[in-house]
Design a protein. Structure first.
Length: 394
């Protein structure tokens, strides 16, 4: 309140002082231009000049406001279009999820015009067109996606691969995935395509990346085991290629009895099989591996017999170990010891292998009745049970 009174007092004093000046000397201003002259008092001239400057200031401000009104209007209209585009896109995506392909295509294309990400609209519209088997529309939308956003090449390639996969076009899927980069999604699609093509080598090539991106280690290990067994079973393998396949497996698979059985079944070199089976059994006992250790024992018989007899300390009553020893003794010409081992194996668990091998030895000694009985027992087991089978002899 005091401040207001002070201001008013100052204004009154200033006005009085200014009025005194004007009264004492009104001043004189003369302006000439060519033949024209204008004359007025100094104070009138200053008042006119102040009025002119003030008017100019407001005129310029008004012009700026008028010019800005158009820009504001444009932004407002652009905002409306943007909002409408988002609404159309959202509806299109909902229809796409619901499988309403025709409506999804319509809304997605309409929403692409003013969308901040039109390439995504066109890619999704291409998927909707593909689901309707509208191939021309699909390709047109993919082209439009690249035109509006050349950087969307990877996304378009991925979408192409997904449509290829849905149509069972496995090789086209792989071609498009080459342009889509490598990530968890593309690896999953590549895995599906390679599985359908039964391209086990291709799967082995991407296995390190699949392992890196695996969510479930146990499932990944089972998948690697499946691929490894298929690769080991390839008819084009040599001992060298089999060894490479086996040695490049994770250690846990190199110790897996089924993998070892497969490997030893196909490798021709008995020295390789002996070392692998012995190493595996050292870490984990397996009946089928013990039986296989006695097979294909043309090489290193003495070492095999010594190794198998050493296993008896920890597995004295194991049918597979006695069947293994029976084969080793038989291969070494020790037929009596072989018959004892086979009989012990049969006492612990009847098996086709022990019955058949014992029948052969008995027939060789002229005990045909006993030999025939063992053959009948072997046939009975084959027909009536799921007796653990032994791998074929090489």
């Amino acid at each position: 309140m005091k401040r207001t009174l002070v201001v008013l007092l100052v204004l009154i004093v200033a006005a009085g002082w200014l009025g005194t000046l004007i009264a004492e000397d009104p001043g004189y201003v003369l302006i000439t231009y060519g033949d024209h002259t204008v004359q007025t008092g100094l104070w009138v001239f200053l008042a006119l000049l102040l009025t002119l400057v003030t008017s100019g200031y407001y005129v310029i401000g008004g012009i700026k406001w008028l010019l800005g009104t158009g820009s504001i209007l444009q932004r407002w209209r652009a905002g409306l279009k943007h909002t409408k585009s988002i609404q159309l896109t959202d509806k299109g995506m909902v229809f796409l999820q619901q499988g309403a392909w025709e409506r999804a295509e319509k809304f997605l294309v309409a929403g692409a015009i003013h969308s901040p990400t039109p390439s995504q609209n066109y890619i999704s519209a291409a998927k909707a067109a593909d689901a309707q088997n509208h191939i021309e529309n699909r390709e047109r939308y993919f082209r439009l996606a690249l035109e509006v956003s050349p950087k969307a090449e990877g996304a378009v390639a991925l979408a192409r691969a997904e449509t290829n996969l849905a149509r069972g076009e496995w090789r086209k899927t792989l071609v498009n995935l080459e342009q889509a980069g490598q990530n968890k999604i593309t690896l999953g699609l590549r895995k599906q395509a390679l599985l359908q093509l039964r391209d086990w080598q291709g799967l082995a090539d991407v296995m390190p990346e699949l392992r890196k991106h695996a969510d479930d280690e146990a499932s990944q290990l089972m998948f690697e085991k499946q691929v490894a067994r298929q690769r080991l079973a390839s008819p084009n393998n040599t001992d060298e290629s089999l060894e490479i396949i086996y040695n490049r497996l994770p250690e846990v698979l190199r110790r897996d009895p089924e993998i070892v059985l497969d490997y030893c079944q196909y490798v021709r070199d008995d020295k390789q099989t002996e070392a692998v089976i012995r190493s595996t059994i050292k870490h984990q006992w397996d009946d089928q591996l013990a039986v296989m250790y006695g097979q294909s024992a043309k090489a290193m018989l003495t070492k095999r017999i010594k190794t198998a007899e050493g296993w008896q300390k920890n597995h004295p009553d194991n049918w597979a170990l006695n069947a293994c020893l029976g084969q080793l003794y038989e291969g070494n010409g020790e037929k009596d010891r072989a018959k004892v081992a086979y009989n012990k194996s049969l006492q612990m668990q009847p098996s086709v292998l022990a019955h058949e091998r014992l029948a052969k030895l008995l027939a060789f000694d002229g005990e045909y009745a006993k030999s025939s009985d063992h053959l009948r027992q072997a046939l009975k087991i084959t027909q009536s049970s799921h007796q653990p089978s032994h791998h074929r002899q090489k």
